[in-house]
Design a protein around this ligand. Structure first.
Ligand SMILES: [Zn+2]
Length: 203
């Protein structure tokens, strides 16, 4: 929306009425012009969501405006809790990072109000030491970083996210399934995950 007089888009909503199509009374913050605009907010549609919490997941539906564009990383309300969209499947069966709601087949999300549970596997030349850690969903794992877990200091050499295996770059904990590392002979590390360990599993 733009001011029809000066073209500015910094507008103040003075009044708003209507549900399906909203009639707005707007004031331009640049030139003070007051004008009306009608915006169509579309209709709410039931959108399928598979929401996960640690290893468990369940299907449900959320109501979203059909003309809204959603992105991976967006927060949505699922059963009264905040969940982050981790993947979107469209009606053509493709995985996309953004989509208009009316094109969405399924949204994959994970609750954002709980820590992200991530597997850590450190490879001692064939013998794998595995742990599960609970970290803040916003936490980022970066390939090449050195971390500590218990008395092991290791370098991250790859990541497995919900969608792919990565050999470079970084990923947020909310979309990371497993971190792969190799022990290193270093004393310095960027962070210590020891206190985050939830399950010890020997593989
Ligand atoms: Zn103006």
């Amino acid at each position: 929306m733009k001011c029809p007089v000066c073209g500015s888009n910094s507008l103040e909503v003075i009044k708003s009425k209507g549900k399906k199509s909203k009639e707005l009374l707007l004031k331009c913050e640049e030139c003070g012009n007051i004008f009306r605009e009608v915006v169509d907010v579309g209709k709410l549609v039931d959108t399928r969501v598979v929401v996960s919490e640690f290893e468990k997941s369940h299907k449900t539906f959320i109501k979203l405006y059909e003309d809204k564009t959603i992105y991976t990383g967006d927060l949505v309300d699922v059963d009264g809790r905040k969940a982050e969209i981790t993947s979107i499947e469209n009606k053509r069966g493709g995985r996309v990072s953004k989509s208009s709601v009316d094109e969405v087949e399924t949204i994959w999300a994970s609750y954002a109000d709980i820590p992200a549970r991530v597997g850590i596997s450190v490879d001692f030349g064939g013998r794998i030491l595995s742990h599960k850690v609970d970290v803040n969903p916003e936490f980022e794992f970066t390939i090449g970083e050195v971390a500590k877990i218990g008395n092991i200091i290791f370098k991250i050499n790859s990541l497995k996210t919900l969608e792919r295996k990565m050999r470079k770059g970084f990923a947020r904990a909310s979309v990371t399934k497993r971190v792969y590392g190799r022990p290193v002979d270093e004393k310095r590390f960027k962070y210590d995950l020891t206190s985050k360990v939830v399950v010890n599993e020997e593989e």
